[in-house]
Design a protein around this ligand. Structure first.
Ligand code: EPZ
Length: 418
């Protein structure tokens, strides 16, 4: 097991450069198999989720060439073999191989995906979408066989604007016969990034980033070069860290409009920010932050993935703040550990009420999932004394060079294997 140790209560200053977006990368890598030629993806973060997906590519006999920040994927020698549970359970995004393999071979055999335990995380909308395109789905003991004689464009309405279902249906429909329309599609920037990648390969997708996406099926996709967008969740996490302990703390390589909902909440609280075209600078720490309420929502609402780190900032605001989680049933696992560090938080149903400000003191805590882990890191950087975060593997799934980036701005942080 990996642990992270942090000696907190230090002033952080300098610059942090944001990496490519995890949640775009994890869809782009499976999407690359839809061509028979070479796809080059750059600005790829070196995180364990990227490695897990490249392992699946190798299992499928795809040639993968990874260098710093880029991956070259060549599926010319690819074979459509079953993706075993040991591969699929490593991450949630393994499910994008279902859509991509179905789109390419009209058959995918794989197991239920893994990922953070933040809720039940069903995949019924993905499967209904595949069925609407003409596929049949067989499921036995966690193993899914999705196959079709022919994939035909269809009109698909998503009951929930699901990020994963929107992307997976796009992957399956890109080479289907005729036109597919996805209504109530999710609008996250990662979806736009994936649609742009597919269009660069010759797909005909329009409307990505709106709630109606239209896909005109094409026969063939060709080679392409593509860049991953900056990670808005990593950016938001570091901006929150800056608001907690920074002076002249510049978060660089950011698309500010992707984190509008966070930035407006920070301004409302009184965080001193300078927002540039591709950076956000936290000028200094405001000792008199105002309490506020947030409710997570689909994009462009307040991102659920930033809810946990944001809760840490609310422990420093004066008065009562409320956090309502509407996307995941089980995304308050960081709260008991924030209490261990000294926070005053109560949970009722899907709302956490935070009374602040409270002084935080180092303790032994657990990273129960990726963003809960990020919240622990943020809290530990502020807390007086030493904090030990166990299960730190979760954090490495989504934050590239976390220790190096924080050390460079003055944090005392180390990662160890025990
Ligand atoms: C993506 O998960 C992200 N993961 C999550 O980030 C993020 O929290 C989430 O979108 C919401 O923004 C990746 O991109 C790999 P959804 P995804 O399908 O696609 C329900 C992180 O920390 N639902 O939009 O799995 C579901 O239960 C991760 O980086 C169904 O009911 O999320 C949830 O309540 C964690 N049936 C809601 O929809 C389905 O078939 C939204 O889920 C699919 C989803």
């Amino acid at each position: 097991m990996k642990i992270i140790e942090i000696e907190g209560n230090r002033n952080l200053t300098g610059q942090v450069r944001i990496s490519g977006a995890k949640n775009a990368t994890v869809a782009l890598i499976p999407a690359a198999i839809l061509t028979d030629e070479e796809a080059t993806i750059c600005n790829v973060p070196e995180i364990t989720d990227t490695t897990a997906l490249c392992d699946i590519l190798e299992l499928l006999k795809v040639k993968v060439n990874r260098s710093t920040e880029s991956v070259v994927i060549n599926p010319q020698t690819m074979e459509n073999v079953e993706i075993g549970e040991e591969y699929s359970k490593k991450l949630r995004a393994s499910y994008y191989f279902m859509g991509a393999l179905l789109g390419k071979y009209k058959k995918a055999v794989m197991y239920f995906p893994g990922g953070c335990s933040i809720g039940a995380r069903p995949i019924d909308l993905h499967l209904k979408g595949f069925e609407a395109l003409g596929a049949t789905v067989t499921n036995e003991d966690n193993k899914y066989i999705v196959e079709a004689e022919e994939l035909k464009g269809a009109n698909i309405y998503l009951d929930i604007a699901s990020v994963g279902a929107t992307i997976n249906i796009m992957l399956a429909a890109v080479k289907a016969k005729g036109k597919t329309v996805i209504d109530n599609a999710a609008k996250e920037p990662e979806i736009v990034n994936v649609a742009t990648f597919l269009n660069n390969m010759g797909a005909k997708i329009s409307g990505a980033g709106t709630s109606t996406i239209t896909i005109q099926g094409v026969e063939k996709l060709h080679k392409c070069f593509h860049e991953v967008i900056p990670d808005r969740i990593e950016a938001g996490t570091y901006i929150i860290i800056g608001a907690l302990c920074g002076t002249d703390f510049k978060v660089d390589n950011v698309i500010p409009e992707h984190i509008d909902s966070l930035l407006s909440k920070l301004k409302e609280m009184g965080v001193n920010l300078e927002i540039g075209t591709d950076y956000v600078n936290v000028i200094n720490r405001n000792e008199k932050l105002k309490a506020t309420n947030i409710k997570t929502a689909v994009y462009p609402g307040f991102a659920t993935d930033l809810q946990q780190p944001f809760t840490v900032l609310l422990t420093q605001a004066t008065g009562k703040s409320k956090v309502t989680e509407t996307i995941w049933e089980n995304r308050f696992m960081h709260i008991p550990y924030l209490r261990e560090l000294g926070a005053n938080i109560e949970i009722k149903n899907q709302t956490a009420t935070i009374m602040g400000p409270t002084k935080l003191k180092g303790a032994e805590v657990v990273a129960t999932d990726l963003r809960a882990g990020a919240a622990m890191v943020a809290a530990a950087l502020l807390a007086e004394g030493k904090t030990t975060i166990t299960n730190a593997e979760h954090i490495l799934r989504g934050y590239e060079q976390l220790v190096e980036k924080l050390t460079a701005v003055g944090a005392k942080i180390a990662i160890k294997e025990i």
